[in-house]
Design a protein around this ligand. Structure first.
Ligand SMILES: [Fe+2]
Length: 138
């Protein structure tokens, strides 16, 4: 399962570059100043982007699902604010939202796989023991 989660998260990490940089470009284009540096990102962020420090694969996966959901919520809010006033920003948020929904679904299917594996491990019927061989007749 660890390999499956790692295989899922590696391309996600690359794909997260657009959601990280496109809004910055839009802020600059609109004449604003993007927050520079992680300490300035946290206060306005709707997501708790902290690392848990727990390497258990289910914890890593769940935290990532939470991160995707936080990003989806942020995109929805941005779309609500810009739907009438700024179609470019609206479309940017929509594109990011679509990507984040894909990430969330990918991670949720890993969650289902892990749940199934755990459930099978708990409920799979054990193979019955063979009856002891009968001794020689005599
Ligand atoms: Fe994502």
């Amino acid at each position: 399962m660890k390999d499956a989660v790692a295989a899922e998260l590696t391309p996600h990490a690359t794909e997260e570059l657009d959601p990280a940089t496109l809004p910055i470009g839009r802020v600059i284009r609109l004449g604003g100043t993007p927050a520079t540096g992680p300490k300035r990102w946290f206060p306005p962020s709707p997501c708790a982007c902290d690392a848990s420090g727990d390497p258990y694969v289910a914890v890593v996966r769940d935290r990532n699902i939470g991160g995707q959901q936080g990003a989806i919520g942020a995109c929805k809010k941005l779309m609500d604010v810009t739907t009438v006033t700024d179609m470019v920003t609206y479309n940017l948020a929509l594109a990011i939202l679509e990507q984040e929904v894909g990430h969330e679904k990918d991670l949720q299917s890993l969650e289902e796989d892990l749940d199934l594996m755990v459930a099978c491990g708990r409920t799979e019927p054990r193979r019955p023991r063979r009856a002891p061989r009968a001794g020689p007749r005599g």
